[in-house]
Design a protein around this ligand. Structure first.
Ligand SMILES: [Zn+2]
Length: 449
């Protein structure tokens, strides 16, 4: 691979320029901004590889599919990535334009730089570099680029149902991943699930003079009271039946935690924390982070929060909640439990609206693809990778992998301080180049394995 690594190094500026171009194209699925333009850009790049991309129309944003035949016709690798990004708000907290893709301090700063354009392009460019150095790719390659990952992949399942052949593969390189700055690559074999809901409460036709608070129910108080029944002060989730399906981690899963180099102090400093919840540290902290569900309040909207005093009683209030789920919880099971929990406590007036749902997924850590990816990290990064049985986050692995009985492994170009979903998202340019080498190495080794 020396020859290929040298080639990638010599072409790094060209690769970075393409990343910059893609990051300058907004593609915000939640706001329907720039999606078609971004898809067109990727179709162009995939065409350059000699593929005939198929832009699959769904009920929402298109899914781009392409494939390339390889030297080893009996082995296939698939790259699943997404070309949509999160909204940029609050825009005033960005140091530079979220779609300016400014380069400073060895990083490229842009919404989508890490999540997910950096990892997407690292794989596409690995194929390109491999073709330019060796001709044909070493194994069959499939590309699946989704445009709705950041809004919960509502049409990925539909794609999987329509095109079972396109799902067939020997290994799914899933979305992306990250590494500690200058540290080991993080390889991840699973994800938490996610149930995203809104709790809505309306008590009057509109906002009222706050003197009416004496006789009119306040919807914000209703929500606060309802929320207070869903979690206790020790951070235990107290929604009736919520924890029933949560299994204790296996011995292997606990063993994996022992190998992680989670830097508590650096993480606290980066996040601006005095400590973690319940002052957790060590293995209990990691167990909670990777193997336990969450019930997060993502946003709360009610009444007046402008400058100065306004004596108003809101007529309605909304809370957004994301609940991260772990095996064997499912959104289908949890949603009615939330409803029943509220009903039982006299909150039938609070509407529960599901915005998206995704079950958790874990690949088999013993599968050939996982073992191959794990083996490839050291030659590229010079250090053994960390292996995570489950990410603390979520992607739509279940929709593809569970139904087609596939194994998927996540690894990519991000870093622990990449600020994904937050202001000042970035990617370390050296990591981007390393990720291209990593994807190329995985193709080479998996073709032979
Ligand atoms: Zn994301």
């Amino acid at each position: 691979m020396k020859e290929l690594y040298g080639y990638i190094d010599r072409h790094a500026q060209e690769y970075i320029a393409l990343l910059q171009k893609c990051c300058r194209q907004p593609s915000i699925s939640a706001q329907n901004v720039g999606i078609r333009e971004m898809a067109a850009l990727l179709v162009e790049e995939l065409s350059r590889l000699g593929t005939l991309p198929d832009v699959v129309e769904t009920g929402g944003n298109p899914i781009i599919y392409a494939e390339l035949p390889g030297k080893n016709a009996g082995r296939t690798i698939s790259f699943y990535n997404h070309y949509d990004v999160q909204p940029v708000e609050p825009v005033e907290e960005w140091v530079s334009d979220p779609f300016g893709a400014e380069i400073r301090d060895g990083k490229l700063w842009a919404r989508g730089a890490t999540d997910n354009k950096g990892s997407l392009l690292s794989r596409l460019l690995a194929v390109k570099a491999y073709q330019e150095v060796y001709g044909q790719v070493p194994l069959n390659v499939k590309f699946i680029y989704e445009g709705e990952e950041e809004i919960g992949s509502p049409h990925l399942g539909e794609f999987a149902d329509r095109f079972p052949q396109r799902l067939k593969t020997d290994g799914f390189a899933w979305e992306g991943g990250s590494r500690q700055v200058g540290g080991p690559l993080e390889i991840c074999l699973g994800v938490k699930g996610l149930l995203y809901i809104e709790l809505r409460c309306k008590t009057a036709s509109g906002d009222l003079h706050s003197s009416n608070a004496a006789i009119v129910k306040n919807p914000a108080w209703r929500l606060v009271q309802a929320l207070a029944t869903m979690k206790d002060a020790q951070d235990n989730i107290t929604i009736d039946g919520f924890m029933d399906a949560v299994r204790e981690p296996s011995a292997y899963e606990m063993e994996c935690l022992e190998t992680l180099r989670f830097r508590e102090d650096a993480t606290k400093e980066r996040m601006g924390l005095d400590g973690f919840i319940n002052d957790l540290t060590g293995i209990p902290l990691l167990k909670k982070l990777y193997y336990m569900p969450t019930a997060n309040i993502a946003g709360f909207k009610a009444g007046y929060i402008g400058q100065g005093a306004k004596t108003v009683e809101p007529g309605s209030a909304v809370v957004k909640m994301d609940l991260r789920l772990v095996p064997d919880q499912t959104p289908e099971d949890i949603l009615p439990k939330v409803r029943a929990h509220l009903d039982r406590r006299g909150f039938a007036d609070i509407e529960v609206v599901k915005l998206s749902g995704e079950p958790p997924f874990r690949a088999d850590p013993e599968c050939l693809f996982a073992k191959t990816v794990i083996k490839c990290a050291k030659p590229v990064y010079g250090i053994d990778p960390e292996v995570f049985v489950s990410s603390s986050g979520t992607t739509a692995m279940y929709q593809f992998c569970h139904r087609a009985n596939l194994d998927a492994v996540m690894f990519g170009a991000g870093n622990e301080a990449a600020n994904i979903h937050a202001p000042n998202e970035n990617i370390i340019l050296d990591d981007f180049v390393s990720a291209i080498k990593m994807a190329a190495t995985v193709m080479e080794e998996f073709a032979k394995a």
